[in-house]
Design a protein around this ligand. Structure first.
Ligand code: GLU
Length: 321
């Protein structure tokens, strides 16, 4: 035997002591679910984790932001304990908490809000050569409505329904993940896609440089009615001048991207994460153009599931609640 038993025992004892001597540094792994790698959710997950890892290392935190399938997936993964936190649209939070749409008859009452982030516009993107100028022109076209698990899939089906377009009969609906949908639009394999996303969005900037990108207004009377009937929607516009070829504002409606968790997530962890984000908000704002205008007060708005107790503690301390 190369090492004597004495040494092995000494090593085991040393390791044991190292653990026993630093209980505060016990590893706390956190997994945060984002979205497609080219979207903005992934940037939220990555940059929140970066702040946590930079500021809370001494407390043992190790946070990983990972790509994921979107709002519906994230909410369900939080419920199953596969994610500690996730990014999700405020309309999907409302549906999950109240047992509607994807959660019909199975309300998820354990969903908790932490803060809201950027606004996301419901976007209908096409190429100039498709001739699609309004939602009605989608008839007979190949249209990506979003992968199952994405937040945009619900928005796409609402919009089509409001414009009287049948998802199964009137269009050729695709369920691609956004990375594939972007490529498919450029490669002319689809004619248009719906995506609910913050601006600017990296994938969109790329498409605009590869093809003649067009964006279609979504602002009929029916849409305005939908918006006025639901507190989590607002009428807005995709600002002109962001994406090459889209010079003017494109009217549409928007939701808020929110950071959510489970009621089962321990209070101290949620408190630590929220404190880190708010105490370092300048760094978060600088990390991506879509976060530039995040303001503490507004980050407590647009939340449709109850606040997590750990988040509430921080907001009360800061006089925000
Ligand atoms: N809003 C999209 C969703 O809920 C994701 C957008 C993004 O990844 O930035 O699936």
């Amino acid at each position: 035997m190369r090492y004597g038993m004495k040494w092995v025992l000494a090593l085991v004892a040393a390791i044991g002591m190292a653990f026993a001597a630093s209980p505060a540094a016990a590893q706390k792994f956190l997994v945060v679910g984002g979205g497609s790698t080219t979207g903005v959710y992934y940037q939220v997950a990555l940059n929140v984790c970066k702040l946590v890892n930079q500021n809370l290392k001494s407390k043992g935190y190790n946070c990983i932001g990972r790509p994921a399938l979107g709002s519906v997936f994230n909410i369900n993964a939080i419920k199953r304990g596969l994610l500690n936190f996730g990014v999700a649209q405020s309309d999907r939070n409302w549906q999950a908490y109240n047992g509607k749409a994807d959660w019909e008859g199975k309300a998820y009452k354990g969903l908790r809000s932490v803060f809201s982030a950027h606004a996301e516009t419901v976007m209908l993107a096409t190429r100039a050569d498709t001739g699609i100028r309004k939602v009605a022109d989608l008839r007979g076209k190949r249209v990506n409505i979003g992968n199952p698990g994405s937040g945009q899939r619900g928005n796409a089906s609402d919009v089509l329904k409001i414009y009287g377009i049948n998802l199964n009969d009137d269009i050729k609906a695709e369920g691609l993940q956004q990375g594939e949908a972007s490529r498919a639009l450029v490669d002319k394999k689809i004619d248009a896609f719906f995506y609910t996303v913050g601006n600017p969005w990296g994938g969109g900037l790329e498409i605009a440089n590869s093809t003649a990108l067009r964006m279609v207004p979504i602002n009929s009377a029916g849409i305005k009615k939908l918006v006025s009937g639901n507190p989590y929607y607002v009428m807005t516009a995709i600002p002109g001048g962001i994406y090459k070829g889209v010079g003017k504002d494109v009217p549409t409606y928007a939701v808020k991207a929110t950071f959510v968790t489970s009621a089962k997530q321990d209070k101290q962890t949620v408190y630590d994460v929220v404190k880190t984000v708010f105490d370092n908000l300048g760094k978060l704002q600088a990390s991506h153009a879509a976060f530039k205008y995040l303001k503490p007060k507004e980050m407590l708005g647009g939340l449709s599931a109850p606040l997590h107790e750990g988040a509430l503690r921080y907001y009360k301390e800061k006089g925000l609640k």
